[in-house]
Design a protein around this ligand. Structure first.
Ligand code: CO8
Length: 261
């Protein structure tokens, strides 16, 4: 794709092989219109297939990661269209990427913005970041995983509080609750996200992908099935050159040289 033609995103690939995607719709606090999500799907699909990218970081501005789905775009749509076109179904595409994805969140992550961050593999938040599912305040409910992913990471009580009151919750509280992996001073949010993504991009691609698949299985299956799936993938790593290289390098007290990255 021609990244110079993107209207709502800024995209670059760092020397550390990290695909950096910046939501760029400042006038609307990065409200997620359908065109923005289409671009995001296109870019992340491209990066997932690009050997020069090992991990992705999605970020917004200092003021807003994203203030939700575009309310003005959807407000007058009739039920027949919303349901008939299965509105928001394509937005979940991000959660199916094979390479690691990191959300670097400063400012507002509300509604669809919070849901977008939760579709990433991990969230790094600035001290002043605010998370919320305010849909209830505008006469609707979360439409892209808010009621589901939130429960799985922060538990029922806090998810209920957020979804039923629409009140925003700060980064530190979300760290304690388990939604975010790390809280940083605002100006260090993106550098830390890039550092972590760079680390993942420096490792063996097939092994990183297998590990992500195994962790994701924990969301979808029983403990017994999940542990079995993990063990089978663990066995499968022994069929790769990188497992042999990694363990040989350890034994020989040298840094591994990954074949597949
Ligand atoms: N949609 C459209 N425009 C928006 C949105 C939005 N979600 N959020 C902000 N904007 C616009 C404002 O209308 C305003 O535009 P204008 O200057 O033309 O009037 C501009 O951004 C700046 O916003 P404010 O003046 O309101 O800035 P404040 O600092 O006063 O307030 C807030 C910031 C608190 C973030 C406030 O803008 C707000 O409450 N926004 C709406 C938050 C919200 O309700 N989000 C949920 C939307 S519904 C949703 O997300 C459904 C989920 C669907 C699935 C998504 C899949 C990923």
């Amino acid at each position: 794709i021609d990244v110079s033609k993107l209207e709502y995103l800024k995209v670059e690939v760092t020397p550390e092989k990290v695909g950096l995607i910046t939501l760029n719709r400042p006038k609307a606090l990065n409200a997620l219109c359908e065109e923005l999500i289409e671009e995001l799907n296109m870019v992340t699909r491209d990066m997932d297939e690009d050997d020069d990218v090992g991990a992705m970081v999605i970020t917004g501005s200092d003021r807003a990661f994203a203030a939700g789905a575009d309310i003005k775009q959807m407000k007058d749509r009739p039920f027949s269209e919303v349901s008939g076109r299965n509105m928001f179904a394509p937005w979940a595409e991000l959660s199916r990427r094979r390479k690691p994805t990191v959300a670097a969140v400063n400012g507002f992550a509300l509604g669809g913005g919070c849901e977008l961050a939760m579709m990433c593999d991990m969230i790094i938040a600035g001290e002043t970041a605010q998370f919320g599912q305010p849909e209830i305040l505008i006469g609707t409910i979360p439409g892209c995983g808010g009621t589901q992913r939130l429960v799985r990471s922060v538990g029922k009580s806090k998810a209920m509080m957020m979804c039923l009151t629409g009140e925003r919750v700060g980064a530190q509280e979300m760290l304690t609750a388990g939604l975010v992996a790390k809280v940083m001073p605002a100006e260090e949010t993106l550098p830390e996200a890039l550092r972590l993504a760079g680390k993942m991009a420096s490792l063996s691609r097939p092994i990183v992908a297998a590990c992500k698949e195994a962790v994701n299985a924990a969301y979808e299956t029983t403990l017994d099935q999940g542990v079995l799936f993990e063990r089978r993938l663990f066995h499968a790593t022994f069929a790769t050159e990188d497992q042999k290289e990694g363990m040989s390098a350890f034994s020989e007290k040298r840094a591994p040289e990954w074949r597949h990255r």
